[in-house]
Unconditional design. Structure first.
Length: 355
């Protein structure tokens, strides 16, 4: 009998979004009877370990990038040498993992060094274009030079006009062997009954120290609002006990099923405008208020993109006023149902049938 192929899943460790959107990818490979191994670090490692305790995990060091308060765009530029070294180091570490676990296919979510010399290599990204105040063409060419090391590039979005990424995946010419696989979400709206329980839900995420700054800002305003609210801190390494602080319920982390249930049962969501969060909210057809991470150009672009479409109101973190934002959001329509896509399972079927 032919042995099941071994798939190595490698999510980036910046925030939790890359890990959460790997959940449907992992489930799809498991549904095809493949053997999945997860290589991760930090909060993504902890989150996926809780979602898939039965799978094999290995530590794959992340880029270890942190940002102080200030000009995040400048700090990201200054971090480029460290990122490039991290890409080189992770490729060396990956080759050892491939040899030890006899990996057949590597799936990298935005980890540019996670490709093997003896494996089929898939790169998942929604950001073929890096939003920048300058040098976008140059950054685009650099990104493509790394993506060409992979056998395929998967974009978690729809092709054509009904898309969620805008310029990020649709402005420049795409590399060869690029496939739109449809939005990736760990949630499924059809499986949960809607029973309104909260007037507002806040989802905290992102790199430190901005994650903590965001949490304090939102929690202070939620407590003063008197609104029945739920706040998820986005810290999976802490226990998932729910505590009550006046009118606000607080959890460090929620498993996928409980998270989707809480989102569905909340009237409006406050969150960063990270792409994985956007995919989740789109699948669940929710109204949202976006507060992009200051200086994170991708989130600022996406927040503006959906604001112009009258889908979600957004406010800068430095200017955020909860009650004003709730009033303004009444003029926005929220996310509507997305076209269905079977492209993820189709691509996985092709990958697993390839010799």
């Amino acid at each position: 009998m032919k042995q099941p192929q071994r798939i190595l899943i490698c999510p980036l460790d910046w925030g939790l979004g890359h890990a959460t959107r790997c959940i449907p990818v992992i489930n799809a490979f498991l549904s095809k009877k493949a053997e999945v191994i997860i290589a991760a670090d930090g909060r993504p490692y902890e989150l996926l370990k809780k979602e898939f305790p039965q799978l094999t995990f290995v530590r794959l060091k992340g880029y270890d990038i942190s940002y102080s308060v200030g000009n995040m765009t400048l700090q990201m530029i200054l971090s480029i040498p460290k990122i490039l070294k991290g890409i080189k180091d992770e490729n060396k570490a990956l080759q050892k993992i491939i040899d030890e676990f006899k990996i057949d296919v590597v799936v990298s979510d935005n980890r540019y060094g996670c490709w093997g010399k003896t494996t089929r290599n898939i790169f998942i990204t929604h950001q073929l274009m890096i939003k920048s105040p300058f040098g976008e063409n140059i950054l685009n060419r650099i990104v493509l030079s790394y993506i060409r090391k992979f056998n395929e590039c998967w974009i978690p979005d729809h092709d054509g006009d009904e898309n969620l990424t805008g310029d990020l995946s649709h402005k420049y010419a795409l590399p060869e062997r690029t496939y739109f696989i449809g939005p990736l979400s760990r949630f499924n709206k059809g499986t949960i009954k809607s029973e309104p329980a909260f007037e507002l839900m806040a989802i905290i995420s992102g790199p430190e120290p901005q994650r903590s700054i965001f949490e304090k800002l939102i929690l202070d305003q939620l407590k003063h609002s008197g609104l029945k609210s739920f706040l998820v801190k986005g810290i999976p390494q802490e226990n998932g006990t729910v505590i009550e602080n006046g009118n606000v319920k607080i959890a460090s982390h929620l498993a996928a099923e409980e998270m989707s249930k809480t989102i569905i049962n909340s009237e409006i969501i406050i969150s960063r405008s990270g792409y994985s969060t956007i995919m989740d909210l789109a699948v669940l057809e929710k109204k949202a208020i976006f507060i992009p991470t200051p200086g994170q150009t991708e989130q600022e672009y996406l927040a503006t993109y959906f604001s112009k479409k009258k889908i979600a109101f957004y406010e800068k973190q430095s200017e955020f006023d909860l009650m004003k934002s709730l009033k303004e959001s009444e003029n926005y329509n929220g996310f509507k149902s997305l076209p269905e896509s079977n492209q993820l399972l189709k691509r996985i079927g092709i990958i697993l049938s390839s010799e």
